[in-house]
Design a protein. Sequence first.
Length: 301
Amino acid sequence: MNSSSALVDWLLDSLELDTSLFHVGRYCGDWHASTHGLASASFHLIVQGQCWLHIEGDTTPHRLDNGDAVFLLRDLEYRLSGEPTAAGAQECPRVPMEPLDSAAHDGVGLVCGFFHFQSGLSAMIVDSLPAWIILRAGDPSLTAARNLFELILQECERVPAPSSALLERLCHLLFLYVLRQQVLDNRELGGLAALARQPAFANLLEQLIAHPADAWTLESMAACTGLSRSAFFKRFNELCGQSPGQVLLMMRMRHACQLFKQDQTVADVSLAVGYQSVAAFTRAFHRVTGQQPGAYRKAQA
């Protein structure tokens, strides 16, 4: 890799997530909807009409129009509603969704679902992102995302009904496009994205990715950046919010998961990610993923 864009692509490739729909339809009249309390990240695509997003602690209501989308990356306390004020939205009842109707001139059509992020590097990447991201229909920097949204809109008009499997995949791709733009353009992001923006630290990340089996130490990582050991540790933590050792661990375990998907043995994978002891690797893998290496490998078969 030789560019920040390549590092961003690697970060997105490391983001292991599952996408699932929980409803596709429309609301009319007085209504509110929320997934708060389900401990999941969620997304809501406005495919017809308009509604309002009210987030607890944010005094500004956000109008969402046809072609807009919101991605909620935390289990936030929020409401979607036809009411423009938070107080009005609180008074609105939860009501069942009606089927999408392309000929309707009232209400709002929504495609809503959940994201589930795997533990480890994926969680580290997501934790550095904003709590919510709004995609605007008119955003000129997201042309590819707009094209995907058009496909979603077309699928929602499919007769007799849209394909849930296809909508899930399209929403998954849409989210990745939006995230890529965030990581490239949002200069306020911390975490691995912040490291990737700094040439010296980007070089270190490239070396860690290319050589996970090397016997990395704080001194050798600092040498890649041209900083002293103490200056490196301080600056790394300031940028990333994690220690170098924690990031190295997450990157190694991500590589281990990839190797298990290629049916490599636990012993071979241990060596490939820098562990001379299978027992030490097993403890590290379980600490990051919550699974035993052998069980994870078997599940990939």
